[in-house]
Design a protein around this ligand. Structure first.
Ligand SMILES: Nc1ncnc2c1ncn2[C@@H]1O[C@H](COP(=O)(O)OP(=O)(O)OP(=O)(O)O)[C@@H](O)[C@H]1O
Ligand SMILES: [Mg+2]
Length: 248
């Protein structure tokens, strides 16, 4: 499980930005956990701390009992291998074919691709329904298809955790639904823990078991999806439930 305790992230500058203020949160293994909040709430900063793209200013993050905030070198690389990231804009390599994109984690970690790796990548493409697109380039795919490739690539490392930052916000409702369905199926099959960052309460309702609400860097509400939807306590949660895609 992931145990976030008293996490603080301050971006120092002419005027400091307090992106995360004393955030504490447990995310259980095997869960599909939503983190929701309006623009600027600190959601991306939180996931970037989880995979150490950002170092927290203070506080701790324990993953399966191990403090990760100070990992470096080999231990950091091994940790990142366990935590896959899928983000807005897909992050695919435009000069590489779809299959080569799915290979990429193997190339990056080992420098070569074995026949077994190729087989795994082909199986993953089949898993996301894109076998027929193996040799085309990302630009030739729809947004939903590109997101599927990004998911296949994330799964190539056989991760224990998948972090999705606005992974569906650029997609139409049907593509969003099919991506969420895919994540739910993979969660059920493999037990991978999925953390979904979103603006949309619909996404939370559709996919998540538990949810946390961030506002101005503070965690203002958390609980099971049923409980939070039935009895929202914080003003921001009520706003998010009442007005979809509402921005500050
Ligand atoms: N590298 C950075 N340097 C300075 N400030 C930053 C940096 N990254 C984020 N911030 C600030 O931290 C705050 C939280 O940003 P963050 O990207 O985490 O929000 P978010 O909830 O993901 O928003 P959105 O829904 O728009 O993606 C914002 O005020 C943002 O301007
Ligand atoms: Mg963000």
């Amino acid at each position: 499980m992931i145990r976030i305790s008293h996490l603080v992230k301050t971006f120092e500058g002419a005027s400091d930005v307090h992106a995360l203020k004393d955030v504490s949160l447990d995310i259980n293994k095997g869960d599909i956990f939503g983190i929701i909040g309006i623009s600027g709430a600190g959601k991306s900063t939180l996931v970037r701390c989880l995979n150490l793209l950002e170092r927290p200013t203070s506080g701790s993050i324990e993953v399966d009992g191990v403090e990760i905030c100070n990992l470096e070198g080999r231990a950091l690389r091994e940790y990142r291998h366990r935590v896959a990231m899928i983000f807005q804009g897909f992050g695919l390599l435009s000069q590489k074919t779809v299959l080569d994109n799915v290979y990429f984690p193997f190339l990056a970690s080992k420098g070569t691709v074995s026949p077994q790796d190729r087989q795994i990548a082909e199986n993953l493409l089949a898993r996301v329904g894109l076998s027929s697109k193996a040799e085309v380039y990302p630009a030739q795919l729809s947004g939903g298809q590109q997101q599927r490739v990004a998911i296949a690539r994330a799964l190539a490392c056989n991760p224990e955790y998948i972090l999705c930052d606005e992974a569906t916000s650029a997609l139409d409702p049907a593509s969003t639904a099919s991506i969420l369905e895919l994540l739910k199926t993979i969660n059920k099959e493999t037990g991978v823990t999925v953390i979904i960052i979103t603006h949309s309460m619909d996404v939370v309702r559709e996919a998540c078991n538990n949810v946390a609400v961030l506002s101005h860097g503070e965690l203002v509400e958390k609980g099971s999806v049923e409980q939070v939807f039935a009895h929202p306590t914080h003003e921001i949660t009520k706003q998010l439930l009442g007005v979809e895609d509402w921005h500050e």
